[in-house]
Every structure is written in C-alpha cells, then in structure tokens.
Design a protein around this ligand. Structure first.
Ligand code: AMP
Length: 280
C-alpha cells in the first residue's frame, strides 16, 4: 500500500470517505521531525491493524513564545520518507490557515490541571494542545489515538478531555522511547549544541538512582534531586516535582513508590527538555 499524502481538508476527507466501512482509523498526532518515539506510536497503531493516519502540524496555539515556535525544527521531506518506510497509510500536513481560519476564536480549556508543571509558566499551552487534538479527532474521526508517556501531563489532559466531553476515541499510550544513554527522544534534541547534548544525556543517570532512595517526604526527595542536578551543571531547572501518576496530585509523603512519578523540565542553552520517571 502506498502512503497517501493529504495537504488539504477536502483531500483528507475524500481519502477517509473512501475507506472500507469496517476499517478503523488510528491517529498519531505529531509536530513532525519524526524520530523513533513517534514511530513507536505508529508501530502500535499498525500492529492493531488500524488505518494509520499521522498528522504533522506545528500548532501555533500551544506556543506562547514566538521564538520557540519559529525555531521549532522541521524536516518535511525526511519525515515523509521515514513515514513511507514505516508503512503509514496516510500523512496529513495541513497549513495553519486550514486549521485556524481568519477570525478563529474557539478553544478547549481544562481548568484544574492545566496550570501545573508544563502549564505553570506557559499560559494557555494546554488549551492549545487540547484544541488541536479535539479538532484532529473531529477531522479524522479515529477509532483510537496514540500518545506518548514522555508528555505525561498532555496524555493525562487528553484522557481527561475525552472523558469529560464524551469523545468516543480510544486513547492508547506508549512508554517513552530513549536513546542508549536513557535520554528521551525528542524533536527538540536536534536544537541542542554538543555541550548541552552531552549534559542532556546525563539526566537519566540521576533519575536511575531514584529506585534506591528511601525518602519519606516528597519535598526531601525533590530537594535531593534538585541539588544533585545543580551540582552537575543543570542550573536552569523549571520544575522538578513528584506527583501521582493517576491524578497528578502532589503528595506530602512517599507511601507507594509504584504510584508516583518525578516530573522534570530543564532549560539547556535555551532548549527546553521535559521528562518523567516512575519512582519504582
Ligand atoms: P511531538 O511531535 O513532540 O508533539 O510528539 C508527538 C507524539 O509523540 C506525542 O504523543 C508525544 O508524547 C510522542 N512522543 C514524543 N517523543 C516520544 C518518545 N521519546 N517516546 C514516546 N513517545 C514520544
């Protein structure tokens, strides 16, 4: 089967309308610069025999910093080659104007968990994320959609939106794909200079130790990790917090390590990286 490339809504619709009635769509939304993390989502969708649609769209609504948006890496030609080689059924690459037409003013807003962690300093970031995800659901009408645990808060909020708004799309999550050093794959890694990349590859070293630490209080574990990272060259930590995987609540004590994750965002020479690790 050839990979279909759709660049307009009518073209996408035509191709989806041509699908056999019993064929289920598996949606993999991305912002491009495809790497093995994205491909793990594709692989899962293909394994489930879904008609796999990958979208490539750098969503301006989720950026609150124009420089960050402008510098977001892009490699369309290479992306298409990779996606074709991985037997993706359809790639949808819309232009901004098709998604946000002139006068656009409707956004999805979650009000309890959007201003913590990645949303604390990035006002409206998750409103932008939820809006594009819901739009892509309405446009592609998937049976299932695939998201990575690397963006854990995003995954949490998408699951919440689907439940709260009765959206009938099955959300399937995929564990974080890492390189040999344990660095979570990310399109932004491409923006790191050699020195920052070397440092980024060390993040994992500090977090691997968590399993062997036995702190009773969350804030003691957090401050130990903060100190360790700062001592080792990470001097711009946006947040480092332990939270419940199921609820994103911030517990005072560490009772059941299995239910907790540590969430981190660091800035390395202007590039913002995020990750999260299970405590056990
Ligand atoms: P992005 O293009 O960064 O917006 O990511 C698109 C999708 O791929 C999101 O669901 C991400 O969580 C997921 N993703 C990105 N990096 C990874 C990774 N290293 N492992 C697993 N999933 C990932």
């Amino acid at each position: 089967m050839q990979t279909i490339i759709a660049r307009s809504l009518p073209n996408l619709k035509k191709n989806l309308n041509n699908l056999k009635k019993n064929k289920k769509v598996g949606l993999v939304p991305t912002m491009g610069c495809i790497h093995d993390g994205h491909l793990a989502l594709v692989e899962k969708s293909k394994k489930l025999k879904y008609f796999t649609v990958v979208t490539i769209f750098v969503n301006p609504a989720q950026f609150n910093n124009t420089n960050d948006l402008k510098s977001y890496p892009s490699q369309e030609k290479k992306d298409l080659e990779i996606l074709k080689n991985n037997n993706v059924d359809l790639v949808f690459i819309p232009k901004v104007q098709q998604i946000y037409s002139a006068g656009y003013s409707t956004y999805v807003k979650e009000i309890n968990y959007s201003d913590i962690l990645c949303g604390r300093l990035r006002k409206n970031h998750f409103s932008g994320v939820l809006t594009i995800v819901l739009k892509l659901f309405l446009i592609t009408k998937p049976y299932a959609a695939f998201f990575g645990e690397k963006d854990f808060q995003q995954l949490f909020l998408i699951k919440k939106m689907v439940k709260d708004l009765n959206v009938s799309v099955k959300i399937i999550s995929v564990p974080t794909v890492r390189d040999n050093n344990g660095l979570a794959l990310s399109s932004r890694n491409k923006l790191l200079n050699p020195k920052s990349l070397k440092l980024a590859k060390k993040i994992n070293v500090h977090f691997r130790k968590i399993r062997h630490l036995h702190y009773k209080l969350t804030r003691d574990l957090e401050s130990y990790l903060q100190k360790e990272l700062k001592k080792n060259g990470f001097n711009d930590i946006e947040y480092l917090e332990v939270r419940e995987s199921a609820t994103l609540e911030h517990p005072v004590t560490i009772k059941d390590k299995k239910s907790l994750r540590v969430f981190i965002a660091v800035n390395l020479s202007g590039v913002r990286l995020i990750d999260n690790y299970k405590l056990k």
